[in-house]
Design a protein around this ligand. Structure first.
Ligand code: AMP
Length: 421
């Protein structure tokens, strides 16, 4: 099946071809025709499957005829996190490139005034996190009784984050007659029950199982002494051929600590967690996406939905508390047919959580020790050329402080790479 077989208008087909999508992904093949004939959808699919396109493409096709009134949008996409909302809005902008549909992104941490101005001019599509949408509704800045199409993305995450009461509140304000698309990475009984209240005779679409891990990801668990964790991570970052990598931490305090430590060691990093100011969150993500920062140190805010081109490595500084988050975290790499590497640092206290992960992914994880990784001759031989290459081009991130030229000026110690004897 090709995109042109889906009955999409020429403007959308042209945008799709400009983005470089050759043919619809499995979820797009199954969802788009059903959405276009007006059916409700109960979709079980993970990010990385082309899920966003599967609802944004038909949504634009449907809304392309007609116009919205001031403060009365015609469609609403609800996402659990600001980052995911931004990503959905980016996909919207790409597909809408040759059309003139108006969109407002309502997320917390950014200016109300700008969002209100946009709403008063009339928007076709609202992409929002539940809290900020309710704020606007309560201030009387937006009316959602004209919504024809509702999308709930990552319903399971909404549940985890405690947003279901907000969704129920929003649902009461929506018209009963509308089309609803409900996506979740799992279809637990709880999720199905929430779906029942929102959907009418939905078409169920089930893509890959939630617990599956892409075969392109080489995932290794490294046993490490918790006291040496930071140093070991630093050594790992030095020997690995990283193009772009995310380091996940369980605690926000560790993100800050690790960020200071790696910066001090000349690594080019940015951070992302829920307590940061929204402008900082946006700028961290932008710097990481445009490759001006090599590493992102993040909480699970970045574990889902975030799609970064060419992300070669994921490092779990901690074993995630929730086994499902492990699947999501390492799923940031090995996307779109590319290979990826995931390292998870662990100690004896993590054994129970690792068993839960193994139960979820239905196989044993690959374990080794940090010393084995470092001392493995083959490993070092294989990697040394890459390290040399990095050192030769004086990449800041691989230089230890004492070898760094700037430090050399202060310390007077000649760094190895300058010592030609
Ligand atoms: P998602 O599941 O929406 O997070 O999408 C994951 C990635 O797949 C994103 O980088 C999309 O740009 C990309 N993508 C979406 N649809 C297609 C397609 N039909 N062909 C190739 N890549 C796609």
């Amino acid at each position: 099946m090709k995109f042109k077989d889906l009955g999409l208008c020429k403007e959308i087909l042209s945008s799709i071809s400009n983005i470089g999508y050759k043919e619809p992904t499995e979820i797009q093949k199954k969802a788009i025709p059903n959405i276009l004939i007006g059916r409700d959808i109960l979709g079980c699919a993970q990010t990385g499957t082309g899920k966003t396109g599967s609802f944004i493409i038909p949504l634009i096709e449907i809304l392309n005829t007609g116009k919205s009134k001031s403060r009365m949008p015609r469609s609403l996409v609800l996402t659990p996190t600001r980052e995911l909302a931004m990503q959905v809005s980016e996909e919207f902008n790409k597909i809408n490139k040759n059309l003139n549909l108006q969109m407002a992104l309502l997320i917390g941490g950014t200016s109300f005034v700008e969002q209100e101005n946009k709403l008063s001019k009339g928007v076709d599509v609202l992409i929002a996190t539940p809290g900020r949408l309710l704020d606007h509704i309560e201030r009387g800045k937006v009316l959602i009784k004209d919504i024809k199409l509702l999308v709930i993305d990552e319903a399971d995450r909404m549940l985890d984050m405690g947003f279901i009461p907000d969704i129920i509140k929003i649902n009461r304000l929506l018209p009963r007659i509308r089309q609803t698309l409900f996506f979740s990475a799992t279809l637990s009984n709880e999720i199905r029950n929430i779906g029942k209240d929102l959907l009418i005779n939905p078409k169920e679409i089930y893509i890959s199982p939630y617990s599956s891990i892409s075969e392109n990801i080489n995932s290794i668990f490294i046993k490490t002494n918790s006291k040496k964790k930071m140093d070991n991570l630093k050594k790992l970052l030095c020997i690995e051929p990283i193009k772009s990598g995310v380091i996940f931490c369980n605690k926000k305090a560790d993100i800050d600590k690790l960020s200071r430590f790696l910066k001090k060691n000349n690594f080019n990093t940015v951070s992302l967690h829920g307590d940061m100011d929204q402008n900082l969150r946006i700028s961290s993500l932008e710097r990481f996406k445009n490759k001006s920062a090599e590493m992102l140190i993040a909480s699970d805010v970045a574990a889902r939905g975030i799609d970064i081109d060419g992300l070669s490595h994921v490092f779990n500084y901690d074993v995630p508390n929730n086994p499902e988050d492990y699947v999501h975290r390492i799923g940031r790499t090995g996307r779109a047919g590319k290979n990826g590497t995931a390292y998870t640092l662990f100690d004896d206290n993590d054994n129970k959580t690792i068993i839960l992960i193994e139960q979820l992914i239905k196989k044993k994880v690959n374990k080794t020790t940090f010393d084995k990784i470092i001392s493995s001759q083959n490993y070092l031989n294989q990697k040394s050329n890459q390290v040399k290459e990095k050192t030769n081009i004086k990449t800041k991130s691989v230089l230890l402080p004492e070898e760094n030229y700037l430090n050399f000026r202060e310390s007077g110690k000649i760094p190895d790479f300058l010592n030609t004897k």
